[in-house]
Design a protein around this ligand. Structure first.
Ligand SMILES: [Zn+2]
Length: 314
């Protein structure tokens, strides 16, 4: 069973209101030796579906026989999380572009440094939970350096980025300290979001992560059967060029969208004009991210993501 459960709260700075800025981690130590698996969420503060899944995972894992150690980081970016923003309001920079961080840098760079020291440098496997925000809804898993681990999550759609292709490589992400520097197995999950009950996404995340832990031998049990999976090598992110009501016209995530079909349109809430019709970019596409309700967007907000089925593999 679990040998010990510990709350780890390393302090990394003092806030101007006098409170300690700390990382919140939960360590579950198994009776048997094995690798440390790190599971993190909400590195972008407005992506809280994964944080909810980690809460549920903790309640299940604490009563399970664990091999090795599981380190849970439910809220990687607390000050952004508290105000449902992507970035910390103190410096408004993307925490997931600041790694390995700097103890004498801006607030987010200090946080990145603490996360590198206390979390990323001590784990042997990284499962990173991202999601849509309270507007767009997303559904895919990245394949980086451990295809089996990514497939074990059980998503129907996976994405293998082509290195050096414009738009797929970002400096300073968590990957720079896990995959690039230490080459530990990494899997990034993008699931959930939208003005919807998150329960189905939370359930899928919990089931998927438990299956990944079985794949790594951290918990006992047989692997769940996989659905038919598609791996795309090309993703297009499409942003509305006009602000207003973004009205979805596309099929559900995971469904095929053919060339010429509309993803959605932007309608003015003021004069009711159609300001923009947004077409899918590929002849043979698959829906990966979209707005499921008529949402207010700014010009340039996250709109849709479509995978290219031409060149996709099983
Ligand atoms: Zn994210």
């Amino acid at each position: 069973m679990v040998k010990s459960i510990n709350q780890l709260r390393p302090k990394f700075t003092t806030n101007a209101d006098g409170s300690d800025a700390v990382l919140f981690m939960h360590e579950l130590v198994g009776e048997e030796d094995g690798p440390t698996i790190g599971i993190s969420a909400a590195i972008h503060g407005n992506e809280n579906t994964g944080s909810q899944a980690i809460l549920e995972l903790f309640n299940l894992l604490k009563d399970m026989p664990i091999k090795g150690r599981i380190l849970l980081l439910p809220v990687a970016n607390p000050s952004a999380f508290a105000v449902n923003e992507r970035y910390a309001t103190i410096d408004k920079v993307d925490l997931n572009r600041q790694f390995p961080g700097n103890p004498r840098g801006t607030y987010s760079q200090q946080l990145a440094h603490a996360l590198t020291q206390e979390f990323f440098n001590v784990i042997d496997v990284h499962i990173d939970l991202h999601s849509g925000t309270d507007r767009p809804t997303v559904d895919y898993v990245y394949i980086w350096n451990d295809e089996g681990l990514s497939r074990a999550f059980g998503s129907k759609l996976l994405y293998r980025p082509v290195e050096n292709k414009q738009g797929t490589v970002f400096g300073g992400t968590t990957k720079s300290v896990t995959l690039d520097k230490r080459n530990i197995p990494v899997s990034v999950i993008e699931l959930g979001g939208g003005i919807l009950d998150q329960t189905p996404y939370i359930r899928r995340t919990v089931d998927g992560v438990l299956n990944m832990l079985r794949f790594k031998g951290a918990i006992p049990g047989d692997m769940a059967p996989q659905p038919k999976q598609i791996v795309v090598n090309e993703l297009a992110g499409i942003r509305p060029s006009q602000g207003g009501w973004l009205e979805p016209l596309c099929p559900a995530n995971g469904e095929v969208i053919k060339g010429g079909q509309l993803l959605g349109r932007v309608v003015s809430p003021y004069n009711f004009d159609v300001l923009e019709e947004i077409a899918t970019p590929f002849e043979n596409g698959v829906m990966i991210m979209q707005h499921l309700t008529r949402n207010l967007v700014q010009s340039g907000d996250y709109g849709f993501m479509v995978g290219n089925l031409d060149g996709a593999t099983d």
